[in-house]
Design a protein. Structure first.
Length: 464
């Protein structure tokens, strides 16, 4: 018995609809859903049962009537997961088919085919808009219209910009509103640089609608980002832990060249510390009041790379009581090794370590328990050690102080002690030729026109 026979008679009919979303060229790039009350297996394909409803549709043959098929799916579904985390290079196509579960032949009937034109989120649903596939061939006028702005999607297709080449690693340090983030790295670029671009967090992408200073505004909230910032335990107490020339750090007897070489992070952000030749043991340091009392374990660590200083040293000191722990390491060529403990006054449970990080980088660490009271001031000091005044320099990056007896994975810090989340920013485009040329050097792929043709094809009025 055929599908039409069963549906027409209604006898023992159990119709179910099949929804297919294809988002790539590989056979597995298809999400299959069904309105049936259980998963369906048809041949080699499995359709996942899910709560889903759709509008009615008609086939009146008019491709320009603006009618679209609207499909409402529960928000948590396989296609939503892919849509939120993917950057589609091709059109997402759609097929609606039907089958009757009591048809012994399980004949599948095609009802509708189209392509995705938009997605909206109406809690608790994902609303998918589909237009008929015939519109791709039957639309009126030219497909490539004369227009002032570029018609190409940024970082897609005919734009031909490789998104990976424009990635700007950054960190969100606060969520000031559901769709507004505070990202300090964004302040290094002129206002609007990221407007019209993309932000990526944990494979979730959002469109950037505004950028001014460190404020980055998104088209939609990134679910879970605010909770990540508030729940993540940031242990690093040193401010601007990678910007050693920042005013948060004090310097004595040395100069700092910022961003001199590549750091262990892979970016050119490691600083060069150069002794002035007149100061014994030139150093940088930060001092901060603490709230802990009694015996408190502190661990100080920093990444170092040899240049020409004979020694590198670390010191933790309670400035209020003068208790301190200080250790130095010796450079032999570009190999670093423990040398000696310079001082250990009024401290207990001391230890030190060194880890080879590769490419000439080492992470050195000291730990000591200090007797503390509220508002005692703890000073953290990486420094170049000389027995007497002399020249020398070393590369440093990634300083970290934590109230713990063991060292933790490094966590970059900025102007506050609090949560941060790693994000990636991609510059935006206003789709004008000047921006395409000056900002992206991509004018050969520009999809707009400086101006339309001055005359129509029959020497009529100007089209502009």
């Amino acid at each position: 018995m055929s599908y039409s026979d069963i549906v027409t008679t209604g006898y023992r009919a159990m119709p179910a609809e099949l929804y297919e979303f294809r988002y790539g060229n590989d056979p597995e790039d298809i999400v299959r859903l069904t309105s049936a009350d259980q998963d369906l297996i048809l041949g080699a394909d499995t359709y996942i049962s899910i709560t889903i409803e759709r509008d009615t549709y008609d086939e009146d043959g008019n491709p320009d009537d603006g009618k679209q098929l609207s499909i409402r799916i529960q928000r948590d579904n396989p296609f939503a997961d892919i849509y939120r985390t993917s950057d589609f290079d091709t059109a997402v196509t759609f097929k609606l088919r039907a089958v009757d579960l009591n048809d012994p032949d399980l004949q599948v009937i095609g009802l509708y085919s189209g392509r995705l034109t938009g997605v909206s989120w109406e809690h608790p649903h994902m609303v998918v808009s589909i237009e008929r596939m015939t519109t791709t061939m039957k639309r009126s006028a030219l497909r490539a219209r004369y227009q002032r702005q570029c018609r190409h999607a940024l970082y897609h297709g005919q734009c031909q910009l490789d998104k990976a080449n424009w990635a700007k690693p950054a960190h969100a340090i606060a969520v000031s509103a559901p769709t507004q983030l505070v990202i300090n790295e964004a302040a290094a670029y002129e206002d609007g640089y990221f407007t019209g671009g993309i932000i990526e967090y944990n494979n979730v992408m959002r469109y950037i609608t505004g950028h001014a200073g460190s404020a980055v505004t998104l088209n939609r909230e990134i679910i879970g980002l605010a909770e990540n910032l508030s729940d993540r335990g940031i242990v690093n107490r040193l401010l601007f832990s990678e910007e050693l020339n920042n005013a948060a750090w004090s310097a004595a007897g040395l100069s700092i060249t910022a961003d001199a070489v590549n750091a262990p992070s892979g970016y050119q952000v490691a600083d060069l510390l150069v002794g002035d030749g007149a100061t014994v043991s030139p150093r940088i340091y930060q001092s901060m009041a603490i709230t802990e009392t009694n015996n408190v374990a502190f661990t100080l660590s920093v990444y170092v790379k040899e240049n020409d200083a004979p020694y590198i040293a670390l010191q933790i000191k309670n400035e209020t009581s003068d208790d301190l722990y200080c250790v130095k390491w010796l450079w032999t060529g570009n190999v670093l090794a423990f040398d000696s403990v310079l001082d250990a006054a009024g401290v207990s449970d001391t230890s030190n370590s060194i880890s080879d990080m590769g490419d000439g980088w080492y992470r050195i660490t000291i730990t000591a328990t200090l007797v503390c009271a509220v508002d005692d001031v703890i000073q953290s000091s990486p420094f170049l050690y000389y027995a007497e005044a002399g020249f020398g320099s070393s590369y440093l990056w990634g300083a970290q102080l934590e109230a713990a007896a063991v060292v933790s994975a490094y966590q970059r810090n900025y102007d506050h002690v609090g949560g941060l989340a790693e994000v990636t920013l991609y510059p935006g485009c206003d789709r004008l030729d000047a921006t395409c040329s000056s900002k992206f050097n991509n004018i050969e792929n520009y999809g707009g026109f400086d101006f339309g043709p001055p005359k129509g094809p029959f020497e009529g009025n100007s089209l502009v």
